[in-house]
Ligand binder design. Structure first.
Ligand code: HSE
Length: 402
């Protein structure tokens, strides 16, 4: 059997997990041959032989023994440069960089085809849950109706600590950072962008359609307040950050990321801490549920190792669904029911509701519940940026079915 010789970029939380997991794996036909880091002399909480460290990417690109590059650096721009360089040279790559992949996927697919090589990235979405390869291979049919779930471990960890343990939001965020769940810039987690990038990647493998992340409505938990938590408790629901791609008709689908009121009957209600949960709904099988650790060093490294092992058999994504006839079209012409909590009316003046079903006003906080289209939410999103406004979806698509 062939031996995989890895050139590793990055020795942060995930990189260290990879080094450990490959060292401990009994049957891994893989070894780490070289590691490229920014600063060779930096003290690290892991022992690696000094001679395999380099700060020069060419030491990896030009090493004829290296037959796989694993890239787990957090800087999306640098990741783009490394991954495209490797693909141009025909070297297969395993990457976990969801921001980079979601932004450049059409070009990355093109480069794989032109250079007859592979880019695998199951670790980019939902940590240890093998969601990408399953969507690509198993759900290769037109029965898929919806993929919906908790895709960000950090936000879920924060919400669990705040909701179930009464902890302070900022303390919980600091813990998520200490435990290695959060991104280098945690605003990506709490403002929903990390979930968005994962959702864009999932959509390509679920429905065969690439949607530019800039065209997707995204709201996070950054402005959740005690008032919102109190409201949810009174209604007997939890607040979760949910990403979803949904077929709204035979030929149209939508996707968005937004906090959601989740009732106890739903699978994702019990997904707590840094765990992720993904519900896949289809025409014949109703619902299936995948659950597992979505963030952290070893869970993410386990997914990287799975992609590394897949390369032993020359596995690559074929993006078969992208070549199907009659792919569904992305639409934002979909009405949602949302709860919007605000402090002063000017904060939400940009929102054009089709219908308002409930209003509450007090000196401290106010909220409105109403119907609004996703197109309108997208139009108004910049007016809502960095304001103390919390938007939460009140699900009614396929009510009580997920
Ligand atoms: N920051 C990410 C999360 C890491 O919290 O889910 C895993 O992608």
């Amino acid at each position: 059997m062939k031996q995989i010789k890895i050139g590793l970029f990055g020795l942060g939380v995930v990189g260290r997990g990879i080094v450990q997991i490959i060292k401990d794996a009994r049957n891994a036909h893989a070894e780490i041959h070289r590691i490229c880091v920014r600063d060779i002399n930096r003290p690290r909480p892991i022992q690696v032989p000094r001679e395999i460290l380099t700060d020069n990417p060419d030491d990896i690109f030009n090493d004829p023994e290296i037959n796989l590059i694993v890239e787990v650096i957090s800087d999306a721009e640098a990741s783009y440069r490394l991954v495209t360089e490797a693909l141009r040279r025909g070297i297969p790559v395993v990457s976990g960089n969801k921001a980079m992949i979601a932004r450049h996927l059409p070009e990355l697919i093109y480069l794989q085809n032109c250079n007859n090589t592979a880019l695998l990235y199951d670790a980019s979405s939902c940590g240890s849950i093998p969601v990408i390869r399953n969507l690509e291979e198993y759900y290769d049919n037109d029965l898929l109706l919806e993929v919906k779930g908790i895709l960000n471990g950090s936000s879920n960890y924060i919400l669990s600590r705040v909701f179930d343990h009464g902890e302070d939001y900022h303390d919980a965020l600091a813990k998520a950072q200490r435990l290695g769940f959060a991104e280098a810039d945690p605003t990506f987690d709490i403002q929903g962008y990390d979930s968005l990038f994962k959702l864009v990647i999932i959509t390509v493998h679920a429905l065969g359609v690439y949607v530019n992340p800039d065209d997707v409505f995204t709201a996070g938990i950054a402005y959740i307040s005690d008032d919102d938590i109190q409201y949810a408790r009174e209604k007997g629901v939890k607040i979760k950050l949910v990403a979803q791609v949904v077929k709204v008709s035979d030929d149209r689908f939508t996707l968005f990321v937004m906090p959601e009121f989740v009732s106890p009957s739903k699978y994702i209600y019990s997904v707590d801490d840094e765990y992720n949960g993904v519900v896949i709904r289809g025409e014949c099988y109703d619902r299936q549920f995948m659950f597992g650790k979505g963030a952290g060093s070893l869970p993410t490294a386990s997914s990287i190792l799975s992609d590394v092992m897949a390369r032993l058999h020359d596995y690559r994504y074929e993006y078969k669904k992208m070549h199907y006839m009659g792919l569904p079209e992305y639409t934002t012409d979909v009405r949602l029911k949302v709860y919007v909590r605000y402090r002063i009316p000017e904060q939400i003046a940009a929102l054009e509701f089709d219908e308002i079903s409930e209003r509450y006003q007090s000196a401290a906080h106010s909220y409105v519940i109403g119907d609004i289209s996703i197109a309108n939410l997208i139009k108004a999103r910049h007016a809502l940026d960095n304001r103390d406004v919390f938007i939460c979806n009140i699900p009614r698509f396929f009510l009580d079915r997920d």
